[in-house]
Design a protein around this ligand. Sequence first.
Ligand code: LLP
Length: 424
Amino acid sequence: PASTTEPRPGDPAVGGVPLAEIADRFGTPVYVLDEGEVRERCRAYLRAFPEAEVLYAAKAFLCRSMIRWMDEEGLGLDVCSAGELELAVTAGFPPERIVLHGNAKSPHDLETALRLGVGRIVIDGPTEIAPLAAALGPDGRQRVLVRVVPGIGAGAHDKIRTGTEDQKFGLSLSDGHAQHVIARILDQPQLQLTGLHCHLGSQITSVKPYVTAVRRMVGLMARLRDQHGITLPELDLGGGHGIAYRPGEPALDPAVLARRVRAELGAACAAAELPVPRLIIEPGRAIAGPAGVAVYHVLSVKRTGARTFVAVDGGMSDNPRPALYGVRYAPRLVGRPATEPLTPVTVVGRHCEAGDVLAEAELPSDVRPGDLLAVPVAGAYHLSMASAYNLVGRPPVVAVHAGRARLLVRRECLADLSSRDVGV
Ligand code: LLP
């Protein structure tokens, strides 16, 4: 039913539905996804990059509704496993608009990609070539891109920087490895090389690394033209566009990125006397992240000498990002005016680890068990990286749109978890 409750002051509503109402109806922890915001973010990318193919990076968050929204908005999909691929295709997503990635694709990944007719496969290393050609058979044909490491350090944390030399992804530009592997791909008649791919890293808030990447990738395209007489029609610049997790933090504006990338691509191609390739981009976080809110109940408040610990009914099992990358969030209490006297607190989860810390925050000083706590910007890389740690069960996902809330993914229960335990 449509929401009937008027939000109280300080009671945030998402998609026209008060968070308190969602918590009452679906329980906590719960992840709330604003469908309108997801769609609007897709449209902002399509407006900024009308000449490009925009792929949503499924690893940020995937479920059947998300797949349908991406299809309806006209985006493609970037997937990195047979699982993501099969879910997308069985939910009705056109396989030709899907690109398969992966630094270590399993035989099952490749078999699934060929069986379902995936649009492109991004070749990440030399040992993928022979198995792919063999699986295609003498008459098969597959469009492929090659992942190149352009030697650029960008991204919010070491663990999410993928454009630098000396790491597991892609083929290095500087030592000629990329060119060597490309020559081998060109020897395989089944593999139709349509372009180059790079992904610099994640949570990047400056356009500069993208501009440098364009220059280096066009440089490689020109060398390939000179050496092999080929003109590659596509250039995939990956994703990684940063978002603001806390008020006042910078974000990468797709329109600004598009302008700078377009200008650099035009200039570099003109200088190299190359036609401008069709751009592909792969935003994940920037589409799903800001559209999600995680809502928890406070379970306990402990005031020690130096600190106040506010413990909630979720934690590192539904959001491992603070523990993994030291990310900072800005949680707030639902239904409390922001003007109350605030006190610094450490928001912790319910898991049996001291490192299960969600945020350092300022909350009303009378915070107490039963309060609702919302963590904004929770749509990307929370549930897709969630675990079953302590058998707590992963939270449900609720979509809100035009004053209505509906369940997309139900809560994981003990029966789900124990159904895989087949021993005695
Ligand atoms: N394309 C490729 C090839 C990627 O590997 C990724 C992300 C993306 C696109 C999308 O990047 P995005 O636009 O979402 O930044 N778990 C980390 C992020 C890992 C990103 C992995 N690759 C986090 O929670 O920050």
